[in-house]
Design a binder for this molecule. Structure first.
Ligand SMILES: [Zn+2]
Length: 67
């Protein structure tokens, strides 16, 4: 699941998009460390593609960070 960090942790910095497994995502969201990365235009859950992200609703739009 693609998350956006709300605070810096380990190797990640606040605002960075990070792909983690579902269990880790649930832990980080519950702890307030991160939130689901969503498309700034339509609100759909973004999907990780390489170093960026793609919105499955809008097509090939990519962002390295949506902070
Ligand atoms: Zn979108």
């Amino acid at each position: 699941m693609l998350l956006q960090m709300k605070t810096s942790r380990d190797l990640y910095y606040a605002g960075e998009l990070v792909e983690v497994d579902k269990n880790t995502a649930a832990e980080w969201i519950a702890a307030g460390l991160a939130e689901p990365a969503v498309c700034p235009e339509c609100g759909a859950q973004l999907e990780a593609r390489g170093w960026g992200a793609v919105c499955p609703e809008c097509g090939n739009r990519k962002w390295e960070s949506i902070a």
